[in-house]
Design a protein around this ligand. Structure first.
Ligand code: HEC
Length: 193
């Protein structure tokens, strides 16, 4: 009987056997790599138990949500301290009614249509196409406040307080956006999805 348990020497030399003339070199995995592998096995087992079995830590999504919530609170706090308005869409019935009244009284309707459908002067405010910004409340607010005088959009900063501009911005985003009024003007600007 041949002795197969002969201790193999890891020396990078060809091993004794060959197969169709192919020889295998004796190149063992270096010990540090083997230990790294053991460590990563142990780490992944601990990770699995911690995050997936006992659910002790936040996974990516939860951590993202938590950090965003924290950021929103700190932005709000900063705005309160500096007396700035929070750029959040208002949704209350009163704000919607005020927004609609402003839309009518300030002649927005003259240039943008009673239903926001747009006309020969102003763009459609009901579609998802925006010339300025991406349909977020801050860009809408900014256009209304500062206007686009060269293009015929009146700046309203001298006529409306920031709060009123936010109300009419919210009215556009909550009540006009997404409606499909008759005689809607063709899209202008960039589609925001
Ligand atoms: C004298 C006409 C006129 C009046 C009045 C007017 N707008 Fe405009 N508005 C325009 C024009 C023209 C544009 C397009 C500007 C451009 O092409 O850059 C515009 C653009 C806008 C935009 C940006 C649309 C986009 O696609 O980016 C918003 C929002 C807007 N107006 C809201 C209002 C609101 C709210 C009022 C009333 C408080 C109002 N506008 C009053 C003519 C008017």
């Amino acid at each position: 009987m041949e002795n197969n348990s002969k201790k193999v020497k890891y020396d990078g030399k060809p091993l004794e056997y060959d197969f169709d003339g192919i020889k295998e070199l004796n190149n063992p995995i270096p010990p540090w790599l083997v230990y790294l592998w053991y460590i990563s096995l142990i780490f992944s087992a601990m990770y699995f138990v911690y995050y997936h079995i006992y659910k002790l830590g936040d996974l990516q999504d939860a951590e993202y949500e938590r950090q965003m919530a924290k950021a929103v609170t700190s932005v709000q706090k900063h705005h309160e301290e500096s007396g700035q308005l929070n750029m959040v869409i208002l949704a209350g019935d009163e704000d919607m009614a005020d927004g609609e009244a402003i839309y009518k009284e300030k002649l927005c309707a003259t240039c943008h249509g009673a239903l926001g459908e747009g006309n020969a002067i102003g763009p459609n405010l009901t579609d998802n196409y925006w010339i300025h910004g991406t349909g977020d409340v801050a860009s809408v607010f900014d256009v209304i406040k500062n206007g686009v005088p060269t293009k015929g959009m009146t700046p309203f900063k001298d006529q409306l307080s920031d709060e009123k501009i936010l109300q009419v911005s919210s009215y556009i985003l909550q009540k006009l956006q997404g409606t499909n009024p008759p005689n809607a003007k063709e899209p202008q600007g960039v589609l925001v999805e």
